[in-house]
Write a protein that binds this ligand. Sequence first.
Ligand SMILES: [Zn+2]
Length: 129
Amino acid sequence: MMTCPVCGHSEMVDKVLDETLAYGGQSLTLHAMRGAFCSRCGEGVWDEESYRRYTEAQEGLIRTVKGDVGADIRRIRKKLNLSQAELASLFGVGKMAFSRYERGESRPPVPLVKLLKLIDRHPNLLSEM
Ligand SMILES: [Zn+2]
């Protein structure tokens, strides 16, 4: 029998619930999370699978908020050997747009990111844009 890691109570109740993570104005909800919860203080211990999902989601959320997308865009642009202005004119966005995306000052449109990732995997597509 598991005891509560916080209060030492010996009654932990298995529950399945949704857990919402929030970070830097972004949030996401994990569904069907399983864990054992203390019937006295409410402290919970996720099972192994749910704990892994929780930590992965948390890391992903932090990456998203901190603008790892920007680092990704920079990496792809350098690989394609294009300047920010050249890439901007290819995508039909403002000259400064990629500078702002790469520094995480503004969030690039999702279709643009998807297209860039596609070009990252298939650089020959660039000539067809
Ligand atoms: Zn407890």
